[in-house]
Design a protein around this ligand. Sequence first.
Ligand code: GRF
Length: 203
Amino acid sequence: MRVAVLASGRGSNFEAIARAILEGKINAEFALLIVNRRTAEAVQRAEKLGVNWIYVDPFSFPSREDYDRRLVEILKRVGADLICLAGYNLLVSGLFVDAFPDRVLNIHPSLLPSFPGLKPHWQAVTYGVKISGVTVHLVDKGVDTGPVVAQCAVPVSPEDTPESLADKVLPWEHRLYPQVVKWFADGRVKREGRKVVVEGADY
Ligand code: GRF
């Protein structure tokens, strides 16, 4: 399996996935990092790790579909067959999702379906939930609506702010995302309608 990551900013989840692959913890190859912002810190991480990256400017395409068509072309060319969105700040279009059926993943720092979309930590703290967490899900044509592959829970304390909760959740993101990529690489993930089943998962 060849894994690609799409990122827009800091890139810590990209690094967690790429490192796990480079360290041989996942039976896969790292194909490519694509960033849609030239200044994304993810690029420095890719340089340090010595993995391929490319910046593709969304503003040089007439539409999102045209942009996504180009990304699909690039991803097919490098033989990517699992695409991980990781802090990618654009919604992918239907044509992108259809190009890689059940092989586009996203990570979202809440227990979906709670708190989809923007500012999930702010939403969780404002709502007053006692447990939040992380979700890795298949990407469909909605916003954070695709079938859940894996989740983990993180307690929220009364003192938490959106920032402190983000700090608590992030290390769990860095564990969960590579774990899920490994499940895919090992061929253990099956889709049964809305449900994703992982053979022998030790949830
Ligand atoms: C992570 O919290 C991720 O769950 C969310 O955006 C953040 C990206 O962080 N979608 P990073 O760029 O991976 O460091």
